[in-house]
Design a protein around this ligand. Structure first.
Ligand code: AMP
Ligand code: MG
Length: 381
């Protein structure tokens, strides 16, 4: 969905040895059978052949790309044979297709079914694919004082932001926005008992657009690890989680400036970290000179007006994704308090005056390209 971050992956120099995560090279049978030559010749030839086999089988970086969650998903795997990489990527692509279908708010599927049942107020069995997101969504909503509120699906649909490509059209009528805000749909209106759920407020409609991608990337990383992958990036439209390293060196992630295609700075990422950005340039339309974007302030029903963009670094993608959206709504006045409650320590936000609001932990690691930018440092979180 967003393109705030691009990933630069420097290609490491090819090395003939295998890394632990790849399949062993096949033994070069025919050559050994052709024995009888001098020992040195045999060793030399064997070394050459092994080198060739390994080169054929392993790639410094294997990149693959497919569509999911209305965006391009890029997978980068380090030191893996083509055959293994293709198998791994096919499995991950299947995961993304299933998750996309399960969490789509308006197309037929598990979440669509939940949204049809919620207004009745009756208890129903929650689809297993949806239940964890309901619980997680409730936690983030509580932590953010409902600034992050996946229960405002009706408002998002009213604005037309439930579509991948919003149309250019007048904003919705003020009265309709106010009616939906007054109905006060909140995640806390949902009761969950075991696998059963219900809503005590008929206005609740779920839209997981603000954290499904992060949660999905987390599941993809879990699956990659189960398949033996230790060094990888899963990048969905610029939001990503990176594990391991590129042969001992950190991944270098570019953070895009909110006002255009330029780069704000870089962060180096290694071990296991997610970098997510919410921005007002991602999905929007212009009507009579005014830009309307897709992150809605549940208190007003209108697009939030605090920041241009918010970038969050955190271990898990779901938290980074949810926090970027929540802090975007919180704006310059409340972001520090909400970041603390959500347990995020590394934040970079750009306000409308161009000031960069940062936590000290973020300031320590980000390399900004702009000379002498206006920076407002928060207290340590
Ligand atoms: P993101 O790009 O991660 O910030 O997510 C934006 C998407 O989250 C929107 O397209 C909506 O589907 C949804 N959304 C918008 N406003 C909110 C909000 N205040 N709380 C939760 N989800 C929201
Ligand atoms: Mg988000």
């Amino acid at each position: 969905m967003n393109q705030a971050i691009t990933v630069e992956i420097a290609l490491p120099a090819p090395r003939p040895q295998r890394s632990g995560q790849t399949r062993p090279a096949k033994r070069p049978h025919p050559f050994v059978a052709a024995g009888g030559a001098g020992a040195l010749k045999l060793v030399l030839a064997l070394t050459l052949l092994l080198g060739l086999v390994a080169c054929k089988q392993e790639q410094p970086v294997y990149n693959a790309r497919f569509l999911a969650f209305g965006t391009l998903v890029d997978i980068s795997l380090i030191r893996i044979s083509r055959a293994d990489a293709e198998r791994v990527v096919a499995a991950i692509e299947q995961d993304f297709t299933a998750m996309d279908r399960a969490w789509h708010a308006w197309r037929p599927g598990p979440l669509g079914r939940v949204n049809r049942l919620l207004p009745s107020g009756d208890w129903f069995a929650a689809p297993p694919s949806v239940l964890p997101l309901v619980k997680l969504g409730q936690r983030y909503a509580r932590q953010s004082d409902d600034l992050f509120d996946p229960a405002i699906g009706r408002l998002i649909a009213l604005w037309g932001f439930h579509k991948d490509h919003p149309e250019c059209r007048p904003p919705p009528p003020k009265e309709e926005i106010e009616r939906l805000v007054r109905a006060h749909p909140r995640m806390s209106d949902i009761d969950v008992k075991g696998i059963m759920m219900r809503s005590r407020n008929p206005a609740v409609q779920l839209d997981f657009g603000a954290f499904a991608k992060g949660y999905g990337i987390d599941r993809a990383i879990d699956h990659l690890r189960e398949m033996g992958v230790r060094n990888a990036i899963v990048n969905a439209g610029g939001d990503l989680r990176a594990i391991g390293s590129r042969e001992g060196r950190p991944w270098r992630i570019a953070i895009r400036a909110p006002s255009g295609g330029s780069t704000l700075g870089f962060v180096e990422v290694s071990g296991d970290e997610s970098v997510f950005t919410s921005g007002d340039y991602e999905r929007n339309f212009i009507y009579r000179g005014q830009t309307y974007h897709h992150i809605i302030d549940p208190r007003t029903g209108y697009p939030a007006r605090g920041f241009h963009s918010v970038t969050v670094i955190h271990t898990d993608g779901a938290t980074a994704d949810a926090a970027a959206t929540a802090l975007f709504v919180a704006g310059p006045k409340r972001w520090v308090e909400i970041a603390r409650r959500m347990g995020v320590h590394e934040v970079l936000a750009v306000d409308y005056a161009g000031t960069l609001h940062m936590t000290p932990a973020m300031a320590k690691r980000v390399r900004l390209l702009e000379h002498n930018p206006d920076i407002s440092l928060s207290e340590p979180l």
